[in-house]
Design a protein around this ligand. Structure first.
Ligand code: NZQ
Ligand code: ZN
Length: 392
């Protein structure tokens, strides 16, 4: 077991009608002017944006809005937000949306007090020293950005999708009303569920043994999300299932399921980020498309860990060699993905990837061969290309 720091400073207001308390929560931040940041049309269509604006107005809080964040949020929108905040003297960013909106809000918050280009943080050239405070009204259970320390942005030039982690950007508060997620198309609901599972699994498959308690929490979380994802396929308005998934989304990525581990192996996420950057696919669906190939590729490094996953998560009785049990667990996970109409290959994502594109993906993911990814089994450029090829 590794030493760890557990830092979850985000106040969570969870439940029906929670969004009507947004004004109160912002008031407690003692800010002068708020930027409400949102995505395409969903928050406008549902009336959520108007409700949040009214909640701020009611408390006498000055605010302005900037919409237009797209999935796989773009650097150009972040830049627009930074310019607007500086011009208007904004000192608090309120994200109303999903992971993309929250990540864009965090990037704006990092960029406003920084004299250089905010991409410097995402490219690894600089470390952030300041960040405007950010809050979130969550509309999709998926990325976990409402409680995480990270933000993922895509730079249009070069289609580079890169993440940046800093404790500075954790949301001050997160408003979570599971009812708000009932308007999600099934594909987004299921894609979100995959992302939640993957945040937990990427921590489960780290490079060192973790704590029994951490494993137990992870297993309960995985089983709950899979059960609820299936319920939501049939009953998208089921409040209890929406609530379980929404809370799981936050717990899967606020650090809880990584306590005592080495932080996890984020290879599937890194491999997906290149697919997202190049083909603009939904993040969770992209993860489902590559995970099985990653798992089979790295399995020989520690079949026992995969066998434990099979037994603990799916109740598969150990039989034959650990590798046989492990493979049965990987197949069970893929069978679950298929049962909720999630892809288990890049082709099923709707992308025909050529050998030349596989080389480009591996080049980008390995930073032109200068880094490896993962800890369960560190992967170099050739390994990455091999996994993309298997996942094709
Ligand atoms: O733009 P609108 O119209 O709001 O539509 C969105 C978007 O098209 C729609 N949507 C959201 N809430 C809705 C809704 N539609 C109907 N009803 C609602 N209540 O859903 C679509 C997807 O939204 P998005 O915010 O992109 O989804 P998600 O939360 O999955 O975020 C994905 C992004 O987060 C990053 C991913 O890489 C990706 O860019 N991640 C961020 C992380 C973090 N900051 O900690 C960690 C993750 O691993 C992930 O990498
Ligand atoms: Zn993710």
């Amino acid at each position: 077991m590794e030493n760890f720091t557990y830092n979850t400073p985000t106040l969570v207001r969870f439940g029906r009608d929670a969004e009507s308390e947004t004004g109160d929560l912002v008031l407690q931040q003692h800010c002068k002017k708020v930027l409400i940041h949102y995505g395409g049309n969903s928050a406008v269509r549902s009336g959520l944006l108007a409700k949040v604006e009214a909640s701020l107005t009611e408390k006498g809080i000055e605010h302005l809005s900037l919409g237009g964040v797209v999935p796989n949020p773009r650097l150009s929108k972040v830049q627009e937000g930074i310019d607007l905040c500086r011009k208007e003297g904004v000192d608090f960013i309120l994200a109303v949306g999903g992971g993309s909106v929250i990540d864009s809000a965090k990037a704006i918050a990092l960029g406003v007090p920084y004299a250089g280009n905010v991409w410097d943080f995402y490219s690894g050239q600089e470390t952030a020293k300041a960040c405007l405070p950010v809050g979130a009204v969550l509309t999709i259970a998926a990325a976990g950005s409402e409680m995480s320390n990270s933000s993922v942005i895509t730079k249009e030039e070069g289609d580079l999708k890169r993440g940046y982690r800093t404790e500075l950007c954790r949301c001050r508060f997160a408003v979570m009303n599971p009812q708000l997620t009932c308007t999600l198309p099934d594909y987004q609901t299921q894609s979100g569920c995959v992302d939640i599972l993957m945040h937990t699994m990427e921590r489960f498959f780290g490079g060192v043994p973790t704590m029994a308690l951490t494993d137990g929490i992870a297993v309960a979380l995985l089983q709950t999300v899979m059960k609820c994802a299936k319920i939501l396929k049939q009953e998208p308005d089921n409040y209890e299932a929406r609530a379980e998934v929404m809370w799981a989304g936050s717990l899967s990525h606020n650090g809880l399921t990584g306590c005592g581990s080495d932080g996890g192996d984020w290879s599937s996420h890194q491999l997906e980020h290149e697919l997202g950057g190049m083909f603009d696919v939904a993040h969770g669906a992209g993860l489902a498309a590559v995970w099985g190939s990653w798992a089979r590729y790295v399995l020989p490094s520690d079949p026992q860990r995969f066998a434990a996953f099979a037994t603990q998560v799916f109740g598969i009785a150990p039989s034959g060699t650990p590798t046989e049990t492990a493979l049965a667990g990987i197949e069970a996970m893929e069978a679950f993905y298929r049962s909720v109409d999630m892809p288990t290959s890049i082709k099923e994502l709707g992308v025909e990837v050529s050998e030349e594109q596989i080389q480009i993906l591996a080049d980008k993911c390995s930073f032109q061969g200068s880094r490896t990814i993962g800890t369960f089994r560190p992967l170099n450029r050739d390994d990455m290309a091999a996994i993309y090829r298997m996942a094709k």
